[in-house]
Design a protein. Structure first.
Lengths: 354, 322, 390
């Protein structure tokens, strides 16, 4: 008996090694993996920096930190008509390190003097790699915090969703009949409801924090269309001869379900999980962007703030408020998707190159 | 007049585990109008030889050495466009598992038309229809098959249609790669008769690949026995059957039951086919040979075909062990 | 077979019924109601508010309201909009729908075509350097953070370059003394596009019988050019000439949203096509086609892609189902008043009749789309077609 278990373990280890080397063959999968690892590193970096004290929490905390950036400005008076020899058009005045005397409410400074003002949001500097936002919070720290949120939310909702849909799908395939019909109609119902409006409604009567959102997304995703796909996969396994032989040798239904059907459905489920993470990250960002979530800090929220405060249309002037968050969402979601594509190549031999 | 001459052909597949030498120093020739058989067990390289003739091998397969002369012209060095000219109108193939040779969403007739159109673009629709009907008649199919989809035909019908397809551009040489493996014996007999008939009518040359030595005996004029990528015996079919020289050939013949003569116990070969990865040039059969010589045990003898008799060649190491 | 179809329809009705009930309950669970703003008015006595609530039956318990709603629904009475009184939900939907349809019909057609083309080429170039980075770029355009991207596009093309208008679907100044309503123009544009596409498809189908390939290509090209010339003539004569200016205005406003959404949407189709094609390429009949001496391009297009078409078309039909869901974001950002905005608006303002009507519309739409998907699958795959015929 002991030998058998050892042999089984050995086989599993070898299979894992082989799968890993196949995954490494896939360029897409590796690119995706590097991206995901990079963001994982970012999310772990932040608490590390705080704990070791390299970063002062009062200054660098993404939500309540505050950093003073003092900058000298030259006081000028902007002309009423353009162009003049100093300024070509209205948008050129005041210039980069200048301030219009008409906008100074709390100072008696005259034209030609220099005053010191608190520059928020501040452009990137040596102290703040990505600058600060309008409340003086370090943007890089916000990106890292957002990374944590994205990972937690993504993985939680994906696991939940895939868990539900795998369970329901295999049950539907296995027990058939009324159970199957009921489960199929249920997922039809979920499919019919439009996702975004549904999320709006839910956010209207329930305060959505990160955990709640993860559960909601996971449940909706899990009960939806993926049940149908997993069910068809489970059906294919069910008709394979080894399931019949398992039944003949006396395996109970539960036993067959867990030790035979589930492992064969697992690759597909894993694939779904990875793709669900992409969807979860995207949904969270969209909802934060629309201001519907009660999250302290996330990438979507960063864009929301940028839009609400009117920085979006400022173009490249305040790029550090706009680009990092948007690019992070894009790349992390894309990274997971690429990993999913790589896994696809491992599990589906027809997609391999050799 | 040799329609096909293969000289010292080497082909390997590059894989994650190493280079698989699928075809090692293979040379043979086929005269016009004759049928040439290649026999051997699964994985011995027969299909790889067939594929390399038209450079249809998988992407990771490379011809590393050798010449293939079709009608006197070397076709290994041709580029894709020139190859496409030769494909089908010069040499055509009837594949192993011809059931899957058909595109499931296109009608049979249209698929044959496509082949004709590629090589004879100026023929009219009527000409082509007539041609297709002729072909169907030769192989024994009804002309209504033209309008059917592949899944509507039975295995035997699909196989015959594949033969019709192979004939559609009037090739000089047809390669038949185990065309009857998946069919029952009755159909197999019919198909073999069709092929023979077609060959006689049209004067085609045929390369017949199989692992069934009985079929080779029936269908071919000359034959070659392959093992692990090399030819171990070659010659006129009659001669090889009457007087097999190589141990492997002898085992093959003895493993097939005969309906004449006394009941004999069938002999079989122990062991498995060898790995083809990164081998040296020694005789690969020596691992399984029932009576190896000392040379074989040392694995120092190189494989090389030498003449045994008139039109009968055998690998040199087995000349001694008999 | 017959029994199965009946059973399915019966189940469908139950599902739809449950769908209505679920939607209503969901809407009801949102705290407050559409008339709460009345309470903010200090001059309005409390009784007036109570009267309004009673008038709309909002004081009745939940289960009564649900039953009443369903009864009315099947009578065809959808009530009046709470917010846009006295317009009915049907009116509102009829007004908004063509706008969304127009936008997303264009998007889906362009995105599907581009996606299929790119996916086809990607699968064929498997393993080359260009395949990797094109695929990666496609993935990133698929997962790009949509609101951010849309805003960037708006900013870049609308503000910075000033090439395209920022949002909305027309310039009010141009339409000041127009004899037409925007709906009419939308409808005639949709009709035009529908007819043109159908004609083009028919031309394709009827030229299938031409034997010579070059002749076939020429005829199809000729039909395409005739269509273009015909369209030009159509829009420049008679009645249409008057409509043309307004149609052009709408079309001009459509360019940016269509482009933006297409960039995000094509990648889904491209990646699916790529995966399916890669699977098909391993099939034996591809090898046969190569052996026949057919050019790589032709194998890719007529053999591999044709077989990869089935799952891609099915997914295309399912994306049509999510048109309205996907349009919510786009319409909000581009200020394009269509169905998406209607749903969002009605949900946020608790205009229950309109919200229910929109949800029901989506539900029915989804069911019909599933049905069409099944039929088209049977058409495209002759194996299924023969089976379903008997």
């Amino acid at each position: 008996m002991k030998n058998q278990k050892d042999i089984a373990k050995d086989i599993r280890r070898k299979a894992l090694k082989k799968n890993w080397s196949m995954f490494r063959q896939s360029k897409l999968g590796m690119i995706g993996l590097y991206i995901v690892l990079f963001f994982l590193f970012l999310s772990l970096l932040q608490p590390f920096l705080f704990i070791t004290g390299i970063w002062n929490k009062g200054v660098y905390d993404p939500v309540v930190g505050y950093s003073e950036q003092f900058q000298e400005f030259l006081v000028v008076e902007c002309p009423t008509e353009y162009p003049t020899d100093k300024y070509k058009s209205r948008s050129d005045c005041p210039g980069k390190l200048e301030v219009n005397v008409k906008t100074l409410f709390y100072s008696d400074a005259q034209v030609g003097e220099t005053i010191v003002q608190n520059l928020q949001p501040a452009p990137p500097s040596s102290k703040h790699i990505l600058g600060t936002d309008s409340l003086g919070r370090d943007v890089f720290s916000q990106v890292m915090e957002g990374s944590q949120v994205a990972f937690l939310l993504g993985l939680l909702s994906a696991t939940l969703g895939v868990g539900i849909s795998t369970l329901l799908g295999t049950i539907a395939a296995f027990f058939g009949g009324k159970v199957d019909a009921y489960l199929m109609r249920q997922s039809d119902l979920i499919l019919m409801l439009p996702t975004l409006p549904l999320l709006f409604i839910i956010s209207a009567f329930a305060e959505l924090k990160v955990w709640h959102l993860a559960v909601v997304l996971g449940t909706i995703g899990g009960l939806g269309g993926s049940v149908i796909t997993i069910k068809s996969q489970a059906l294919q396994v069910k008709v394979k001869p080894f399931v019949d032989s398992a039944r003949i040798t006396g395996g109970s239904r539960m036993n067959i379900l867990f030790s035979h059907v589930l492992p064969n459905v697992a690759p597909l489920a894993l694939l779904f999980m990875v793709f669900s993470v992409t969807g979860a990250i995207a949904s969270e960002s969209v909802l934060s962007f629309l201001g519907l979530l009660n999250i302290d800090m996330s990438w979507g929220l960063m864009i929301y703030l940028a839009q609400v405060e009117g920085f979006i249309f400022s173009g490249m002037k305040f790029w550090w408020l706009i680009l990092p968050a948007g690019l992070s969402v894009t790349f992390l979601a894309g990274g997971f998707y690429l990993v999913g594509r790589g896994l696809d190549e491992v599990f589906n031999p027809r997609l391999r190159k050799r | 007049m040799n329609i096909l001459e293969v000289k010292n052909l080497d082909m390997n597949y590059e894989t994650l585990e190493g280079n698989v030498s699928a075809v090692k120093n293979v040379s043979f020739s086929v005269k016009q109008g004759e049928s040439f058989g290649i026999v051997g067990e699964s994985g011995c390289g027969k299909t790889s030889v067939a594929m390399s003739l038209l450079q249809l091998q998988a992407d990771n397969g490379k011809i590393t050495n050798g010449e293939i002369l079709f009608n006197g012209k070397d076709i290994v060095s041709l580029n894709e466009t020139e190859l496409r000219d030769i494909r089908w109108s010069g040499i055509s193939i009837v594949f192993q598992g011809a059931m899957n040779s058909w595109n499931p969403v296109v009608k049979i007739g249209e698929q044959i038309r496509e082949a004709i159109r590629e090589h004879y673009p100026n023929k009219s629709k009527e000409d082509n229809t007539n041609k297709i009907n002729e072909l169907f008649e030769i192989v024994g199919l009804d002309s209504s098959i033209s309008e059917r989809y592949p899944h509507e035909l039975s295995g035997g019908m699909k196989q015959r249609a594949v033969i019709a397809l192979a004939l559609s551009c009037d090739p000089k040489l047809i390669i038949a790669d185990e065309p009857t493996t998946a069919l029952d014996v009755v159909i197999q007999d019919q198909i073999l008769k069709e092929i023979r008939k077609v060959q006689d009518i049209l004067g085609l040359s045929l390369i017949y690949i199989s692992h069934d030595i009985a079929v080779i005996a029936e269908m071919t004029d000359n034959m070659a026995v392959m093992y692990a990528g090399s030819i171990v015996e070659m010659g006129k079919t009659k001669n090889v059957f009457a007087n097999p020289q190589h141990s492997y050939t002898k085992m093959l013949l003895e493993s097939t039951p005969s309906i004449v003569g006394e009941k004999k116990k069938l002999r079989s070969l122990d062991g498995e086919p060898p790995s083809l990865i990164d081998n040296d040039n020694c005789c690969l059969f020596s691992y399984r040979c029932p009576n190896p010589t000392d040379n074989c045990k040392d694995r120092t003898v190189e494989m090389q075909l030498i003449k045994f008799d008139d039109e009968h060649y055998v690998d040199q190491c087995c000349k001694d062990c008999g | 077979m017959y029994k199965y179809v009946l059973r399915r329809i019966y189940q469908l009705i139950i599902v739809f019924f449950l769908f209505l009930v679920t939607s209503y309950v969901l809407f009801d669970s949102i705290p407050g109601n559409a008339f709460q703003s009345l309470l903010l008015n200090p001059e309005l006595p409390r009784e007036a508010y109570d009267m309004v609530i009673q008038l709309y039956g909002l004081d009745k318990p939940l289960y009564e309201r649900v039953i009443l709603y369903i009864q009315n629904f099947f009578k065809g009475d959808f009530g009046y909009s709470y917010v846009h009184y006295p317009r009915t939900p049907i009116e509102l939907i009829a007004e908004r729908l063509p706008r969304t349809l127009m936008l997303f019909a264009m998007v889906n057609i362009v995105a599907f075509y581009t996606g299929f083309l790119i996916g086809k080429i990607l699968a064929w170039r498997r393993g080359s350097k260009s395949e990797t980075w094109i695929t990666v770029t496609s993935v990133f355009s698929y997962t790009v953070f949509y609101p951010w991207f849309a805003l960037m596009m708006l900013w870049f093309f609308g503000y910075k370059l000033d090439w395209l208008p920022i949002g909305k679907f027309l310039y009010p100044e141009k339409w000041y003394d127009s004899p037409y309503d925007s709906d009419i123009i939308f409808v005639s544009m949709i009709k035009f596009i529908a007819v043109a596409s159908v004609l083009q498809m028919l031309a394709f189908v009827y030229t299938r019988n031409i034997e010579s390939l070059s002749a076939r290509r020429n005829v199809r090209f000729a039909s395409f050019t005739t269509l273009i010339v015909g369209s030009l003539i159509y829009w420049n004569t008679g009645e249409m000439l008057n409509q043309k200016i307004y149609a052009m205005d709408i079309a001009y406003h459509m360019i940016l949203p269509v482009f933006t959404v297409t960039v995000v949407a094509f990648a889904g189709t491209a990646l699916l096509t790529r995966t399916t094609m890669m699977e098909v390429m391993k099939d034996d009949f591809i090898l046969t086609a190569r052996a026949k001496g057919i050019s790589q391009k032709r194998i890719r297009d007529r053999h591999a892609a044709r077989n990869a078409l089935l799952p891609v078309v099915t997914s295309f039909i399912f994306t049509i189902v999510t048109i309205i869901d996907g349009s919510v974001l786009t319409e909000t950002i581009f200020s394009w008043p269509g169905m998406g905005q209607l749903i969002l608006d009605s949900v946020l303002r608790e205009d229950i009749p309109v919200a229910m009507a929109s949800f029901s519309f989506i539900g029915v739409f989804a069911l019909i789309a599933h049905f069409i998907a099944d039929i088209s699958y049977a058409y495209l795959d002759p194996r299924i077609r023969i089976q379903s015929q008997g």
